[in-house]
Design a protein around this ligand. Sequence first.
Ligand code: FEO
Ligand code: CA
Ligand code: CA
Ligand code: CA
Length: 595
Amino acid sequence: MPGMKFTAVPANTEDAVVIPDGYRQKVVIRWGDPVLPGAPDFDFAAQTPEAQAKQFGFNNDFAGLIPVDGVPGHFYLVANLEYPTEPFMFTGYREGAPTEQQARIAMAAVGIAVVEIVAKNGTGALEPVVGPRNQRLTASSPFRLTGPAAGSEFVRTAADPAGTTILGTFANCSGGLTPWGTMLSGEENFNNYFANASKVTDPKAAERLDRYSFADDDDEHQWGRYDKRFDLAVEPNEANRFGYVVEVDPHDPKAAPVKHSSLGRCKHESANIHVVKNGPDRGTVVAYSGDDEKFEYIYKFVSSRKIKSGLSKTAREHNIRILDEGTLYVATFTGDSPDDSGTPPASGKFAGKGSWKPLLTSNADGSARSHVPGMSPAEVAVFTRQAADAVGATKMDRPEDIEPSPMTGKVYCALTNNSDRGTDGKAPVDAANPRNENKNGQILEISDDHAGTEFTWELLLVCGDPTAADTYYGGFDKTQVSPISCPDNLAFDPHGNLWISTDGNALGSNDGLFAVALHGARRGETKQFLTVPIGAETCGPVIDSDRILVAVQHPGELDDHSADNPASHWPDGGNSQPRPAVVAIWRDGGTAIGV
Ligand code: FEO
Ligand code: CA
Ligand code: CA
Ligand code: CA
């Protein structure tokens, strides 16, 4: 297939980014590299919160490239900095007991980076430009809350009695780029930052926290010791101010970034946009998002306004508010197999139908309508999981990235795994989630009536060992594929192939990046393009015609290892500490990838 003509990288456990023969690679930016003017050089042993707030943060996840207006060859690299893993950031770290300095470094290490980068030397290498275009959003940066949650009783706090200005973003996992030149970022595991869930005594508030998995044991970062807004016993509503889709405009560093409550509150993995191209709904914007936790749901938002084309200031101002007006839906799936038991139908592939149940319609004037009996619009916007429970949404195997193909409009969702499926009275298999104790995940392909409420679906891949009977590679010859496990982030190449990065490979080798053919006789062919170092997960990715970017997240993070005992020395080698980093890969001579 065009785009997939490279020699597949075999499964391995190297402490390196392993790429196909004939390709080159170079780190673009690493944890600690300067971003804002005045940032000091990284010093692992003498890190400070002030330095970290001006440097690239920890655990880069989503990455995207947005052209800088009027400056050819320059891009904004937008990157999520998902979470701090303190035992790998500090030597001598006491698990669960950060010092104040360590906690404040962690608060500055998360969020989002916008970094101007420039292509160098006629190769695919990219170099950061430390200058005024760059932004570092941290756990302290101000965001404007929009949509039905804004100003509601659920988000008002002592520091923000109006309930409209939220300090910080964190747990930013995957994301997406909009056609109007902004970045969307999903706030995912935000429950891991709050103390004292058990001390919230109001039964309704406690039940809501529980539905979002807040628990004392899940407070991994212990920020509440030093900043009382992260202590639920002091400020229970602070929890309700995270879990949104965030929008950042790299073209306007002075504008406050936005949290869109009209898209609901959950563990958003990402948000990716499809614009309806034909018919009466032409110009309608549809944003797809998944809630990444076991047995959670798939959502979409359909705008009630149409997009204005182009990148003019007027068009951008119109489009940047489009995600505040429209209807949020959640997905239900049914299968074609007679008993919906996880047995494939006669076609040999899992397939079926589905529909979108409306939850919330948000309007331009700030008014909104709930479609869920007994819940107000603000309740649906803030406690979206309960709203989705009420309409009978289908419990999925951890919806990670969900992204429409720019070529066909079909929507792909990575369901990464679900070790609890079918255990202890939890939801058993169904057609779209066909394996109990699912260790390897699956890729769902949805043919959606984007602005409408009906769809059909099938599983493109049922991942895992290709020699095992319970795997399916789109009908392609399984003896000819690279084994893939735990799909996480998705992207498309200009030829229409799907690219998948993995997290947590259950087959015993390092995580990687794979290309999957979607069309023609080779549909389902799966080839590994690269692998990441020991203990890392593969994130990002950006797939352009002549360059690929991957974010290498948490290199060296293996059990029984830490900064005192590093399992990886990537990317700097020698005895260095591992550092999460974004890497560019290109082909010798600059020719197109995989052709
Ligand atoms: Fe942060 Fe869903 O992975
Ligand atoms: Ca993941
Ligand atoms: Ca991930
Ligand atoms: Ca993606």
